[in-house]
Design a binder for this molecule. Structure first.
Ligand code: NAD
Ligand code: TYD
Length: 348
């Protein structure tokens, strides 16, 4: 049985990837390693926690001895590395945290994998999951391709860019078999309500203001998280070693247009009079270093691996909003902090 290490599997995207791998691949044993920071929530994956091919391990990727010992015990066949500090606004407040987790933590995993695999890389693979934000900002035209030079602007994107460079360096220098993907903004269920879409859904439910940074004319390319998980599965199994693939939704939205659409749908769902939620929109001071536009050219992964999004934005948004409305306890537990007791209740 192959042993696969997934890091960050209690987070937003990681939980979707863990669920997919545990249910789709009974021939694998999936080890989910997560430090359970504020963003890690075991309630995200409670539906699969009793599966016999699944083990949760609480631990920090920055802890060198711990990671070395863990690899020593299990000698993993594959690593899917998603653990990270992921929120741009937090990176502006506490950049060092991002350096520790995203750069040192990734280095640590790379180094341990390289040492423990001892140059025998047959059947091994290190998959680093990254972001399109490493490419910096686009103007009104053009798309990021795999050849776009790195030009990160926030401490978050700079830390992810640095980790991407180390992954490539380990491939070139030591021959480590890696694959790397850079993906656009994800949305979907189990998304921590600090990012635009889940924060605004939560605020609309609770009649709280919707803070639009700057003039709201910033553009993001949105991808439904389950489509990202499908792409990750495909790249892990069929991607070529030492290759990068861009993943995106072909789905650009200006923030203000997206928020207006969200308000309209939410008014309908909550039985509120048309225009009620839009009144919550408030323009606030802009984010420093705010990237104007991200948009991905995902033609390489489409051409070489046959991937494209399966869910339209209308369907994805509908599923996402319904999930939050049907899981108000999840939202309440996350906003009150109760979710952080789940580990103690289940595992200690
Ligand atoms: P998230 O913040 O929801 O989850 C991150 C997870 O990593 C959490 O469970 C957290 O507990 C864990 N973690 C953090 N520090 C850790 C440490 N030191 N040791 C072990 N675990 C730790 O993030 P996400 O949105 O699911 O993003 C997952 C990955 O995908 C990240 O690498 C991110 O850069 C990348 N990504 C995210 C997006 C997006 O739109 N969210 C888009 C492209 C790429
Ligand atoms: P976010 O979800 O933080 O993702 P990222 O910064 O990684 O793209 O933000 C998405 C866009 O929404 C970005 O342009 C910033 C903007 N935004 C707001 O206008 N208000 C908010 O409260 C948040 C969280 C984001």
């Amino acid at each position: 049985m192959k042993k696969i290490l997934i890091t960050g599997g209690a987070g937003f995207i990681g939980s979707h990837v863990v669920r997919r791998f545990v249910s789709r691949y009974p021939e694998y044993h999936i080890f989910n390693l997560d430090a359970l920071t504020y963003a890690g929530n075991l309630e995200n994956i409670k539906d699969i926690e009793a599966n016999s091919n699944y083990t949760f391990i609480k631990g920090d990727i920055v802890d060198e001895k711990f990671i070395n010992d863990l690899f020593g015990i299990h000698n993993f066949d594959g690593v899917l590395h998603l653990a990270a500090e992921s929120h741009v606004d937090r990176s502006i407040e506490d950049p060092l945290r991002f350096v520790k987790t995203n750069i040192i933590g990734t280095m640590n995993l790379l180094n341990v994998a390289k040492n423990q695999w001892k140059g025998n890389f047959d059947g091994k693979r290190f998959y680093h999951i990254s972001t399109d934000e490493v490419y910096g900002s686009l103007g009104n035209e053009g798309l990021f391709t795999e050849k776009t030079p790195y030009d990160p602007n926030s401490p978050y994107s700079a830390s992810k860019a640095s980790s991407d460079h180390f992954v490539r360096a380990y491939g070139e220098t030591y021959g480590l078999p890696y694959v790397l993907t850079n993906c656009s903004n994800n949305y979907g269920s189990h998304h921590f309500p600090e990012k635009l879409i889940p924060l605004f859904i939560n605020n609309i439910i609770n009649n709280k203001l919707l803070p639009i940074y700057g003039d709201g004319n910033y553009t993001r390319d949105w991808l439904f998280v389950e489509d990202h998980a499908i792409a990750i599965d495909l790249v892990f199994h069929e991607g070529k070693n030492h290759e990068t693939y861009n993943i995106g939704g072909f789905n650009e939205w200006k923030n203000i247009d997206l928020v207006r659409l969200l308000c309209k749908i939410m008014d309908g769902k909550l039985g509120r009079e048309k225009g009620t939620s839009e009144k919550l929109i408030t323009y606030v001071k802009d984010r420093p270093g705010h990237d104007l536009r991200y948009a991905i050219d995902a033609s390489k992964i489409n051409r070489e691996l046959g991937w494209k999004p399966t869910v339209t934005f209308e369907e994805g948004l509908e599923k996402t909003i319904n999930w939050y409305l049907n899981n108000e306890d999840w939202l309440k537990n996350v906003t009150s902090g109760v979710y952080q007791d789940y580990y103690k209740k289940q595992y200690s």
